[in-house]
Design a protein around this ligand. Structure first.
Ligand SMILES: Cc1ncc(C[n+]2csc(CCOP(=O)(O)OP(=O)(O)O)c2C)c(N)n1
Ligand SMILES: [Mg+2]
Length: 351
């Protein structure tokens, strides 16, 4: 299967017979703005980590098109299960920099109320969110609403047993669930080619899911394919999978040095396919962007950076007891014992 592409790396539009999209200046400007903001937040968080203000950060650099193009194809009430790198998607859902950063500053285990944004907390245990999403989608199915569920995961996570169990279970139960894999070519230092022989979209078809592959650095293609697939899932077509071919342009996390396992030439070849650059080229060549709009986006980005820095500085310390009180609806004896033990431990510290 050839990846669907509507906007080439050269910034030119391409027609696709199966995946038409009404490409308007407004749509392209909106995507551009969202992607610029996401990149800005990502840069600022990286700087904050380097300055010792965050313990860790996982960059979404290079994956903005995959995330923005897909999340905007969902309705606000559709429930999303992200992995841990979905900052661009999170921003589109209205999460604030404070909510996104607090976990990485180590002040809280997660930063937001998932029900408020219909955007679940980040999952660091690879693929754990996929059976959760499947179970949630079974609930949605029983509620009989026309809400759907979407779950993001990576190429590395696709090797987990839970990912494969979830694909099979979702297909067997015929739930309204979209699996969205960002194949960013790497799982820390393991390349995708060392993880799987058959491409993931092919494997998903084997489980009985409708599956597609798309140029994940082409926001228009991602949006076109996701919009259509979401429609089919919503209309009772069963679960589906989209594999977005993209690239993690930064290290795995701020603790990683990608120079130890991948070449500069590989990075350069993907820089030439940068999702933001090609959209900007399109906007320029079509005359859909003027200085006023550029200034507006620049100002918004500067404000977001300032807000991110200020929010980080003012993040409240979390309540340590939440570690125990938010695990189960009703505390078990074991949990109560662990909580008491933990309190005794804290009390034993001198300051
Ligand atoms: C169950 C489990 N095993 C191992 C890890 C360690 N780990 C964290 S991220 C990662 C790589 C994940 O790669 P991928 O799924 O492609 O996502 P990406 O980081 O590329 O977005 C690994 C092995 C983990 N978090 N959870
Ligand atoms: Mg990956």
């Amino acid at each position: 299967m050839e990846p669907v592409q509507l906007l080439g790396p050269d910034g030119r539009l391409r027609e696709h017979p199966d995946w038409p999209l009404e490409v308007t200046p407004e749509l392209c400007r909106d995507f551009y703005r969202k992607m610029r903001l996401a990149r800005q937040l990502d840069n600022e968080a990286l700087a904050l980590q380097r300055q010792g203000e965050l313990g860790l950060w996982l960059q979404s650099l290079g994956q903005e098109a995959a995330q923005v193009g897909s999340i905007t194809a969902l309705r606000e009430e559709d429930y999303v299960f992200p992995s841990y790198r979905e900052h661009a998607a999170a921003l589109c859902r209205g999460l604030t920099p404070a909510e996104l950063l607090i976990q990485w500053r180590g002040n809280q285990h997660s930063g937001w109320d998932p029900r408020q944004y219909r955007f679940h907390i980040y999952t660091l245990v690879l693929a754990a969110q996929l059976p959760h999403a499947t179970g949630y989608a079974m609930g949605v199915q029983r509620d009989g609403t026309d809400e759907i569920v979407a779950a993001y995961f990576g190429d590395g996570a696709a090797s987990e047993g839970e990912a494969n169990e979830a694909l099979n279970w979702a297909a067997a139960a015929d739930v309204p669930l979209l699996f969205f894999c960002q194949n960013n070519q790497w799982a820390i230092s393991t390349p995708t080619r060392a993880q799987m022989r058959a491409p993931l979209h092919q494997r998903a078809q084997g489980f009985g899911l409708e599956a597609h592959v798309v140029d994940g650095n082409d926001v228009l293609a991602v949006h076109a394919v996701t919009t259509e697939v979401v429609k089919r899932v919503r209309d009772g077509g069963g679960p589906a999978l989209i594999e977005a071919l993209t690239y993690r342009m930064a290290g795995h996390s701020t603790s990683d040095d990608p120079g130890r396992y991948r070449s500069d030439s590989e990075l350069d070849s993907w820089r030439a396919r940068d999702p933001l650059g090609r959209l900007e080229t399109l906007l320029e060549s079509e005359g859909w962007i003027d200085q006023e709009f550029r200034d507006e986006v620049d100002t918004e980005c500067t404000e977001l950076a300032a807000e991110t820095r200020r929010a980080c500085d003012e993040l409240p310390l979390g309540e340590v007891g939440a570690l125990f009180s938010t695990v189960l609806a009703e505390e078990t004896e074991l949990l109560a014992e662990e909580r008491r033990h933990h309190q005794q431990l804290l009390a034993s510290y001198v300051d």
